[in-house]
Design a protein around this ligand. Structure first.
Ligand SMILES: [Zn+2]
Length: 259
């Protein structure tokens, strides 16, 4: 074969392959391309977030509810603690200071004390919980109105709160946290919604959750999973599930912009 023929054949082959590839790409529906993209990794916060103190509150045990009854091979106090410790580690690696409201899985801390611990030097508070109602997935709650503290015969009953600034800043905290959870947990957990505290059992009675009423800083409660749901429980019991949860919440915190 002459040199010219070889060149011609090579060019013809290239043309044919190129056209075939172009046709294949054109035929791909847009959704297929988008769906095949990997979930974005959590963003590293900018330097102005460094040395900000975040309060991580692994919910329970308290006298209101120890939450130590076994559910699907674990219990709420344990899951909250396990994810809380991971969240503490992730936030510290991002440059945040972290204040934990308890220092052991079975450390009893009352809800009002959790607010006082968080108010002491933290910029915002995240309260970690698990749901035990029918259904599946995660839900977030924030103080959408003032409430009046009313728990047993507590000396501080009648206290009104939180202040308007806390109410204004709490939804803007819940939203990026929910958005990152949607992205990072897609395929494992669905989002139920973002609701006012008044949708909860205690909130419907007091107007807001106890630690929200007493909070001086933006605050969000995360019902991470429905623990009575077998699939949810199986996810949150694993190290990988807990790591995904912690990374998502941390990324949401990093994305928070105070109004
Ligand atoms: Zn709880």
């Amino acid at each position: 074969m002459t040199y010219r023929v070889i060149l011609f054949l090579a060019a013809l082959t290239w043309c044919f392959q190129h056209r075939a590839n172009a046709a294949a790409i054109e035929q791909l529906p847009e959704e297929t391309v988008t769906a095949s993209l990997p979930a974005p990794v959590p963003a590293i916060p900018s330097r102005d977030n460094a040395r900000t103190q975040v309060c991580v509150d692994p919910g329970h045990p308290n006298t209101f509810n120890p939450a130590t009854d076994m559910v699907n091979g674990t219990n709420e106090a344990r899951v909250n603690w396990q994810v809380g410790v991971r969240l503490e580690r992730v936030l510290k690696s991002m440059g945040y200071d972290v204040r934990m409201t308890r220092n052991a899985e079975l450390n009893y801390v009352e809800n009002k004390d959790r607010a006082y611990i968080c108010n002491d030097g933290s910029a915002l508070a995240v309260h970690l919980h698990c749901e035990s109602t029918p259904g599946t997935g995660f839900a977030l709650y924030y103080p959408d109105r003032q409430g009046v503290y009313d728990y047993k015969d507590d000396a501080e009953n009648g206290f009104k709160g939180p202040e308007a600034g806390v109410i204004m800043a709490s939804l803007p905290l819940a939203e990026p946290v929910a958005a990152w959870m949607r992205r990072a947990l897609a395929g494992s957990l669905v989002q139920q919604g973002i609701y006012g505290d008044s949708r909860t059992a205690v909130g419907s009675r007091q107007g807001a959750l106890t630690y929200s009423i007493l909070s001086k800083i933006p605050t969000v409660t995360i019902e991470m999973v429905v623990l009575t749901n077998k699939k949810d429980a199986a996810f949150i019991k694993t190290e990988a599930g807990q790591e995904k949860m912690a990374a998502a919440i941390a990324a949401g915190i990093a994305a928070y912009k105070a109004p």
